[in-house]
Design a protein around this ligand. Structure first.
Ligand SMILES: Cc1ncc(COP(=O)(O)O)c(C=O)c1O
Length: 401
């Protein structure tokens, strides 16, 4: 079983959808399916803006966002809280932007006061766009996007707020329009329960207005023809990613069947709480601890665990080779002293408790310091949620492989 922060486990319905035969790509059922899926996507980011789909991973979605909004020489501010906004900034730099990093660390969210101060210092209002991860998958920080929006407004700054939701989409609450976000990027392989291969960009009015048709940009990623297609062909800049569209339709149906995004977010919260309770119960001197200090800034999609004196590489190796559980590698400052637990997308209590029990067994085998049973603590969290009437099992029989 994989418990890495993406790609996540594929539900049976998604795997079955992937196996459907190839249709005509210019007419008939696929055209209806594509328009149907495109029409359902804005609700996933909670926006009335445009949704664009690109056949790529998340890097391709970053690229689509940059290509359509940022010109060579534009200034971009990337907000550090882990690795990913900085990587996105680097992609903008390669495309010719002048990129500045607002420094942060790997254990806390972006500081809204620091953002406000930096924007106030930009008296010429030359910063064109601000790049931030909603959830940074390396640190597992959950950034407070409304607080960052408030900081931008307090500085009376016109920069576009561009948010990477690749890790958080379908896991942590996200309200693009209510939070005043101009552009959101996502990808298929985490909370959206599909294989890697689809990137999503949601663009609000200000982001669309930033597109300059007279500027050289990528023909494949271009929004202009996708916004006003003369032929179906133009919506995907060529052959549509047919199998992925089938899979995405199945995944959107699963979200609806569960009761919609609110129910999906609630399930993620309970399971993330269970994981966090386990790590806190295990915590002992020189042992495991949560990477993010502030409880309200911990993601419900992924948990980064610091391992103190425990060898995280050996812990992962024992889990993978002796039990079949694959945990996420450490991506923060000391990769051999951190690992990550992905709890994004398709999971139920047996899967989450199985992951935690396996980690506890591996820790036990290593003689690692543990204050108490993490499994007991996690079980109590899930038990309380069951008392409250949450659905315990959203998965099919094969979901927990
Ligand atoms: C927050 C975040 N942004 C961007 C990416 C890059 O996505 P991809 O690997 O699909 O290109 C990832 C990948 O894990 C991510 O977690």
């Amino acid at each position: 079983m994989v418990a890495i922060p993406g790609p996540s486990i594929l539900p049976d319905a998604v795997r079955t959808a992937l196996a459907r035969p190839m249709p005509d790509i210019y007419d008939g059922a696929l055209v209806d399916l594509a328009f149907g899926v495109l029409g359902r996507l804005p609700a996933i980011a909670r926006t009335s803006g445009n949704a664009f789909v690109v056949a790529s991973n998340g890097h391709g979605a970053w690229q689509m966002a940059i290509s359509n909004t940022i010109a060579r020489g534009d200034k971009v501010l990337a907000l550090e809280s882990g690795r990913f906004a900085v990587f996105w900034g680097a992609a903008a730099g390669l495309a010719g932007a002048e990129v500045e990093i607002l420094p942060g660390d790997f254990h806390s969210p972006v500081d809204p006061d620091a953002l406000e101060a930096r924007l106030r210092a930009d008296s010429g209002k030359s910063i064109k766009a601000i790049l931030v991860s909603h959830v940074d998958t390396s640190s597992s920080v959950h950034n407070d996007i409304p607080a960052l929006r408030a900081a931008i407004d307090a500085a009376d700054h016109p920069a576009l707020l561009m948010v990477d939701c690749i890790a958080s989409l379908g896991c942590d609450r996200y309200e693009m329009d209510d939070w005043g976000v101009d552009l959101t990027v996502g990808a298929s392989q985490k909370g959206m329960m599909c294989p890697p291969g689809l990137g999503f960009v949601w663009a609000g009015e200000r982001a669309v207005a930033a597109m300059d048709p007279d500027r050289p940009r990528s023909s494949y990623l271009d929004w202009e023809k996708r916004l006003d297609p003369q032929m179906f062909y133009e919506i995907f800049s060529g052959t549509p990613p047919v199998a992925h569209l089938h899979a995405l339709e199945a995944a959107l149906d699963l979200i609806d069947d569960e009761g919609g995004l609110e129910a999906v977010w609630a399930r993620h919260r309970v399971h993330a709480d269970a994981v966090r309770a386990a790590v806190e119960a295990w915590h002992a001197t020189d042992g495991l601890s949560l990477n993010i200090a502030s409880p309200r800034h911990r993601s419900n999609a992924v948990t980064t665990v610091q391992t103190g004196e425990i060898d995280a590489v050996e812990l992962r190796r024992r889990c993978a080779e002796q039990t079949g559980l694959t945990l996420g590698i450490g991506m923060v400052t000391m990769p051999d002293r951190t690992f990550r637990i992905g709890h994004m997308g398709w999971h139920n209590p047996p899967m989450i408790l199985g992951v935690l029990a396996t980690i506890e067994a591996a820790l036990h085998s290593m003689g690692a310091p543990m204050a108490s049973s993490g499994v007991a603590a996690a079980t109590a969290v899930i038990g309380e949620a069951l008392d409250e009437g949450a659905k315990p099992d959203q998965t099919g029989s094969e979901g927990n492989r």
